[in-house]
Each structure stands twice: as structure tokens, then as C-alpha cells.
Write a protein that binds this ligand. Structure first.
Ligand code: PLZ
Length: 466
């Protein structure tokens, strides 16, 4: 490691503010960035990172922030997780790249074997590896079209599937993802989502009624026999951590099976233990035909995958799938170490423990703040939706205010939602319990401070015992 000081779990596991947020060195970097980095690429919290690990991100000014974001659900095993660091270091010293399509290597095959073992369903499976979540989702559509000989693709309100042309077409929200970027890929049809908090007849009948509406709309507007794939996030991510009404996913999967439609689960954000199961489909016993994974699969290295029924995957002609970097050997080594870490440390159980700690406290917060309209999620993928009290009118302003107040106090939280009114929590699954509790304290303080002035920049060090 030369003279680079280590990150990882050995970093002091504490919230520590030594400057205002962002501090002077971060602000210098923001100024430098302005004349070098494209404006279209934004950052939620412009503190520049020096190192990270366990439950903290340490910035270049020496502030240590509690991480409730995991780099958008990526570093579930923790930043610079020791097993990942070791595997990557070994691999990078052995060889960095040959291109699997030119000269293959074992790591790629081993990752595909693990995916077959871990993803839902006992059927024969095959996988193909890519780099980003969008690339994986895009390939599920290619594969489903090749297999079915059909073209139409069904996506949902509030969906997020990526920023490439086809995945922008699948993504629901215009700003910032689609504005000015059309024309979009054709033959994509958007259907209602079973969104319990906003379902007109209430959450109880949401799943069943929404499924009936979707099936009827597909039949009347597209024709089931023209549909190649139904693509859905089993819990919607960017759209606002929407857990579909019970029964929605199973009903759609069953309809797809009856109609020869490939049922595709986009588990890019929900996969790899995040929701307290290996994959979110398991919560309702749904077995997708194809599953797209990325993010949490490789501890922070870029890797994604499509895994699915052998007969569907292998309907693509030889040479029809690939890419220069897909399944890069370093990313594969990271994935194997990540999977071993999830199993060795029972991070599926850890995600459930995060839920057990956080949900009751978020519900208690809802009792105190009527602007919290809904508390939802599973495992370590939890959120609150903010509305004007007594209504369901989204309150994006308050959402931003609370997020900013958390940031100023050293808690990294993210927002989400079609209406920008969801605060989402995605702590690493290795988050120490005391930091999880302290992060919730900070969130409570941020809510309690609403309407009052922002906290002063700390004049003294805020520090907590590890
Ligand atoms: N599918 C369900 O959550 C990525 C996007 C952040 P990539 N979500 C974070 C942003 O603003 O770009 C995501 C996802 C689901 C697909 C993707 C796309 O994954 O690795 O970002 O391409």
C-alpha cells in the first residue's frame, strides 16, 4: 500500500466534525472542479473524500461523517472491506485485464457460479457480466427480445433503470434524468405502480388492484403476445423506496409466465443482502426469469450481471453479448470476496438488524412530526416520505432542509422520489450499532431544528466514544 494510510473498518468509528461542512479544503476542490468537471455531474454533499470504512466517510478536512448512503447502496460490506482489499490487491498484481471475450479467466466463471447459487430459483441458470447497472438492465431487454422474438417492454411509474438511451426510456422521472436527452428508445410502455401510500383506495387493496389494472392495460393497449419483458424493481429505489403493495409482484410474475413474457427483476439497488434477504424478490417468493444485479455485488468495484434461466440466456447467438470490460478480473475478484464477506459475517442478518433498530425509531419520529407521511422499506433500505402535514402533497423543500441539516451535523443522507420528497437510508451493513443509533439521533435533531436557524459551525470538536 506504499505510504497511503489505510481506510476500511480500522478507521475510528466516530462522528467527528473539525470544520464546518464542507470545510476549506473541500471548498477549494469544489472551486477547482468548477473549471474542470462538467456541470451535468452533481454531488449530493460536496465534501471530498480522503478515506472511508465501517460506518464512516472521512473528508480531506479531517471530518468523519456517519455514512447512511453507502455510495448509493454499493459498499454494503463496508468501504475498503479487508477481504475485498486483499483480493483486489492480489488480482491487480497478477493481471489487470485480458478481456474475457479475448482470453478468459477463472474469476468470471466463479462469479457466474455464485450468481447461479445465490439468486432465486433452483432452475438451471447462466450469467453474463457487465460494468454498470444500466448496462445490465439494457442487456436483459436484448436477451428477452432475442428469446421471445417480441419487442414491447413494460416498465412502471416511478421506475429507475439507468441513464443510457434504452434505460432512460425505461426510467420514469423526467428531471434530471431525461430532460433534453430524447428521442428515447421506442416500444417501452409505462404502467401504474402499486404505491401503497398513494393508492386511491388505500394500501390494503393496492397490490391486487394495481396488478389487475396493469394486466388489463397490457392486454388492451399492447397485447400480451407482443410483450418481450416486464421490467420491475422489486422495491423501487430512486423512485422513492416504494415497496409494492403485497401481491403485486407475484401477480405480475404469474401473468408473465402465462403469457410467455420474460419477467425481469432489476435488483441493482436491492440485491446482495441490502433488504434483509439476498434478493428482494424473495420477500414475496417471486422467482424472476432474469435478474439484473450491480452495486452491492463487488464492494465498490464496477461490476454488473444478468442472471437467468439457461434457456432464455442461451437463446442469444454466440458473440451477441459482451463488452471490453464486462466482468473485469479485478471486479470479479472483488465480487468473490464480497460474497464471501456477506456469508461469513451474516450480512443478510445484519440488514434485518438495521431494520429492527431503525424502523421503530423512524415510526416514533413520525408520531412527533406530522410532515412524515410514510415510513417504509425493508432491511437496510429504509425511507421516510415527507408531505405537507395532514395531506399527501409532497414536500420537497422540507426534505432538502432536513438533508442539509443532517449533512451540517455530520450525517450523510440521500434523498429520492419522483417528487423529491423522500429521505432514504442505506447504511453499510457493517455499520457499528452505536453509529446507527447516533445517526438516528442526528436525524431527530435535524427534524427538531426545522423552522429554526441552521446549526452554527462547530467551534469545538464533536466526537463520540467508539
Ligand atoms: N437500476 C434499480 O438503482 C442506479 C443512480 C444514481 P448504474 N441507481 C443510482 C444516478 O443518479 O445516476 C440504478 C438502480 C436501479 C439501475 C441503476 C443503474 O445503475 O450502475 O448507475 O448504471
Amino acid at each position: 500500500m506504499g505510504n497511503i494510510a489505510a481506510g476500511g473498518p480500522s478507521l475510528p468509528q466516530e462522528r467527528r466534525l473539525v470544520t464546518e461542512i464542507p470545510g476549506p479544503r473541500s471548498r477549494q476542490l469544489t472551486a477547482r472542479r468548477g473549471s474542470a468537471v462538467a456541470r451535468g455531474v452533481s454531488s449530493t454533499l460536496p465534501v471530498y473524500v480522503d478515506r472511508a470504512g465501517g460506518g464512516v466517510v472521512v473528508d480531506v478536512d479531517g471530518n468523519s461523517l456517519i455514512d447512511f448512503g453507502s455510495g448509493i447502496a454499493v459498499v454494503s460490506v463496508g468501504n475498503a472491506a479487508p477481504a475485498v482489499v486483499e483480493a483486489v490487491s492480489d488480482q491487480v498484481a497478477a493481471f489487470t485485464h485480458t478481456c474475457f471475450m479475448v482470453a478468459p479467466y477463472e474469476g468470471y466463471v466463479a462469479v457466474c457460479e455464485q450468481l447461479a447459487r445465490l439468486t432465486p430459483g433452483a432452475h438451471e441458470k447462466r450469467s453474463a457480466l457487465f460494468n454498470s447497472g444500466a448496462e445490465a438492465v439494457e442487456n436483459t431487454v436484448k436477451i428477452a427480445r432475442a428469446h421471445t422474438g417480441r419487442q414491447a417492454v413494460v416498465a412502471f411509474e416511478h421506475a429507475y433503470h439507468g441513464r443510457t438511451n434504452l434505460t432512460m426510456a425505461l426510467t420514469a422521472k423526467n428531471m434530471p434524468y431525461k430532460q433534453s436527452f430524447g428521442p428515447f428508445a421506442s416500444d417501452v410502455y409505462r404502467m401504474p405502480m402499486a404505491y401503497p401510500f398513494r393508492w386511491p383506495t388505500g394500501p390494503e387493496r393496492c397490490g391486487e388492484e394495481a396488478a389487475a389494472q396493469v394486466i388489463s392495460a397490457i392486454e388492451s393497449q399492447i397485447g400480451g403476445s407482443n410483450v418481450a419483458a416486464i421490467v420491475i424493481e422489486p422495491i423501487q429505489g430512486e423512485g422513492g423506496f416504494i415497496v409494492p403493495g403485497e401481491g403485486f409482484l407475484p401477480a405480475l410474475a404469474e401473468y408473465a409466465r402465462r403469457s410467455g413474457i420474460v419477467f425481469v427483476a432489476d435488483e441493482v439497488q436491492t440485491g446482495f443482502a441490502r433488504t434483509g434477504a439476498w434478493f428482494a424478490c424473495e420477500h414475496e417468493g417471486v422467482v424472476p426469469d432474469l435478474i439484473a444485479t450491480a452495486k452491492g455485488i463487488a464492494g465498490g468495484l464496477p461490476l454488473s450481471a444478468v442472471t437467468g434461466r439457461a434457456e432464455i440466456m442461451d437463446s442469444v447467438h454466440v458473440g451477441g453479448l459482451g463488452g471490453t470490460y464486462g466482468g473485469n478480473p479485478i471486479a470479479c475478484a472483488a465480487a468473490l470476496a464480497t460474497i464471501a464477506t456477506i456469508e461469513d459475517q451474516d450480512l443478510v442478518g445484519a440488514a434485518r438488524q438495521v431494520e429492527a433498530t431503525m424502523l421503530p425509531r423512524l415510526r416514533a419520529l413520525q408520531e412527533r412530526f406530522p410532515g412524515i407521511g410514510d415510513v417504509r422499506g425493508r432491511g437496510a433500505m429504509l425511507a421516510v416520505e415527507l408531505v405537507k402535514p395532514g395531506t399527501k402533497e409532497p414536500d420537497a423543500g422540507v426534505t432538502q432542509d432536513v438533508a442539509k441539516a443532517c449533512h451540517a451535523r455530520g450525517l450523510l443522507v440521500l434523498t429520492a422520489g419522483t417528487y423529491g420528497n423522500v429521505l432514504r437510508f442505506l447504511p453499510p451493513l457493517v455499520m457499528p450499532q452505536h453509529l446507527l443509533e447516533e445517526g438516528l439521533d442526528v436525524l431527530e435533531q435535524a427534524f427538531a431544528g426545522l423552522g429554526t436557524s441552521q446549526p452554527e459551525a462547530p467551534s469545538t470538536v464533536i466526537s463520540t466514544p467508539a
